[in-house]
Design a protein around this ligand. Structure first.
Ligand SMILES: *Cc1c(COP(=O)(O)O)cnc(C)c1O
Length: 236
């Protein structure tokens, strides 16, 4: 059954309340947490219903899927983030089309994004994705390689690093993710001192663990299942 606008509004309110409660437990202003509704593998109609219920920021993981879906939604004033693994050969398709790319994890990708953004005459905001769990199957740079990537990126004037992103190892117990979230915040704070400028964004927390992420300082939570339901055709 397609998602109704009423159901979307109910789910959005539930997530916003949980974010506000997490903020109040740790003395944060809920205005500092932005909800990214992860619409990957969900059809354009589901995004439209969520948008009509008031959501404006959407996250997608696959370039082709995202661009095709957006053709059906270009009458709406939506803001799109790219959160999935990105190959350098797709860089040209994402620059300028996504307000924020969460998943930059190599100097090569940073350089290509810079070059394509330069050709397009724009500056692309990015996050650096850190593989804190050191999982071989996950993307993200290892934390010891982060300072070099930050410094190299700082030289590239058509990309702007505005923070860090992580996807901790999966565990049924969301408390297991908390130390990873705290670590990402520490790394961010260290980099701010090193660079002498703010890195305002920490993209962390999904359906299962966004409460812990918000308590640990997330500024962007990426929530799919809790808003849209299970993704069609896959366990992922
Ligand atoms: C799919 C995905 C999400 C959303 O996951 P849910 O558990 O459905 O909330 C968040 N972040 C990334 C990077 C994803 O690929």
């Amino acid at each position: 059954m397609p998602l109704t606008v009423e159901e979307c509004a109910r789910r959005l309110a539930g997530v916003r309340e949980a974010i506000a409660a997490a903020c109040s437990r740790v003395g944060r202003d809920p205005a500092g947490v932005r909800l990214v509704a992860v619409s990957k593998r969900h059809p354009a109609e589901a995004v439209r219903a969520m948008a009509e219920a008031g959501q404006t920021v959407f996250g997608e993981s696959y370039v082709q899927e995202a661009l095709e879906k957006r053709e059906h939604l270009d009458d709406l004033p939506l803001v799109w983030h790219f959160i999935g693994g990105l190959q350098s050969n797709k860089a040209k398709q994402v620059v300028g089309r996504f307000a924020l790319i969460h998943s930059v994890d190599s100097a090569k990708l940073a350089r290509v994004l810079h070059q394509k953004s330069k050709e397009a005459g724009l500056v692309q905001d990015i996050l650096l994705q850190v593989n804190l769990g050191r999982e071989s199957q996950k993307s993200g740079i290892l934390e010891e390689d982060l300072p070099a990537l930050v410094e190299e990126s700082a030289e590239l004037d058509h990309i702007r690093v505005v923070g860090l992103m992580t996807l901790p190892p999966f565990d049924e117990d969301p408390e297991t993710a908390r130390p990873y979230f705290a670590r990402l915040r520490e790394l961010r704070d260290g980099l701010e001192a090193r660079l002498g400028r703010k890195l305002p964004h920490l993209s962390m927390g999904m359906t299962g663990d966004f409460v812990q992420a918000v308590e640990e300082g997330a500024s962007l939570v990426r929530i799919g299942t809790k808003l849209f339901g299970p993704r069609p055709g896959s366990a992922a």
